[in-house]
Design a protein around this ligand. Sequence first.
Ligand SMILES: NC(=O)c1ccc[n+]([C@@H]2O[C@H](COP(=O)([O-])OP(=O)(O)OC[C@H]3O[C@@H](n4cnc5c(N)ncnc54)[C@H](OP(=O)(O)O)[C@@H]3O)[C@@H](O)[C@H]2O)c1
Length: 308
Amino acid sequence: MDVLVTGGDGFVGRHLCSELLDRGHDVTSLSRTPDPSVLPSEVDLQQGDVTDYDSIEDAFEGKDVVVNLAALPPLHQPPKETSHDSVCIGGSINAVEAAEQHGVSKFVEMSSLGADPNGDTAYWRTQGLGEKVVRYSELDWIVFRPSFIFGDGSETFTFVRRHTTPYVTVLPDGGDHPRFQPIWVGDCVEIFADGIEDDAYDGEVYELGGPEVLSFGEVARMLYEADGKSVEIVPVPMVLATVALYAVDPIPSIPLGVDQARALKMSNVTDHNDVGAFGYDESDLTTLSAYLRGEQRHRPQRRPVPSD
Ligand SMILES: NC(=O)c1ccc[n+]([C@@H]2O[C@H](COP(=O)([O-])OP(=O)(O)OC[C@H]3O[C@@H](n4cnc5c(N)ncnc54)[C@H](OP(=O)(O)O)[C@@H]3O)[C@@H](O)[C@H]2O)c1
């Protein structure tokens, strides 16, 4: 198949492009500032901005499947020149339109656990609306909603290290929130690629989580312990952290604010993990601690088990 991956040189995209190449597909990555250093040379790099239809249209010609990964991370407020609305909703509208105009048969939308058109933060609200754009299109579609994805190049690891310190760190509610169900990027891209290849998965929303539920504090502790450092967490009341984040919201040089305060209270855990539809049991998946010990699994080929 000929597959276009928007955001193909981002964290998830670079792993997915490699998985698709390994499976024998032709792969094109589209992003605003293509980075050849993070992708195999066989990936065709195209420059374009999903918020600008004319800049992306040509990349869709001749493609069988589009995977839409272009997005802004929820960890920080977006820079002034862009927004979750323009990238996630406007970008999905443009990508779906280009796919329909250029005879693409299938559209795979990367959303996120917690996506909700009435969500509390711009990230989750626009992910929910982006999903709707895809689901009401004329294309065959799949929506994936993963929890926090971890692996080599994860921005979340950088975020945790930037906002905590080894040995002693101060965290709202002692780091008990938010809670995640981290899933390894290597497991994720196998599931994504199965969904891309097999039409039996079409027309469904799949929530994906890993084998364990971890809090922000537990993730921080595990990251530092993997570096051989301990962490003593000193709790501060959630209300103080909330007030501080609301206070810095208007300050452009601090990329944190109201949405990050709201995200602190969210639970990013699924109550119906759909990994089983792809032949996985939750317990088959790589845990964060196994990954940090360098023990991620390389399992034999699975037989996909399409959902009905
Ligand atoms: N990482 C996670 O833990 C996680 C969890 C759940 C869901 N997801 C979802 O998975 C998808 C990929 O996440 P990620 O972690 O790989 O994100 P990422 O590392 O931030 O990569 C985002 C990609 O999108 C591109 N992009 C951003 N704005 C664009 C625009 N206007 N036009 C074209 N390309 C644009 C970026 O390249 P340029 O900046 O050069 O354009 C980059 O290639 C997102 O939809 C995200 O919400 C991620």
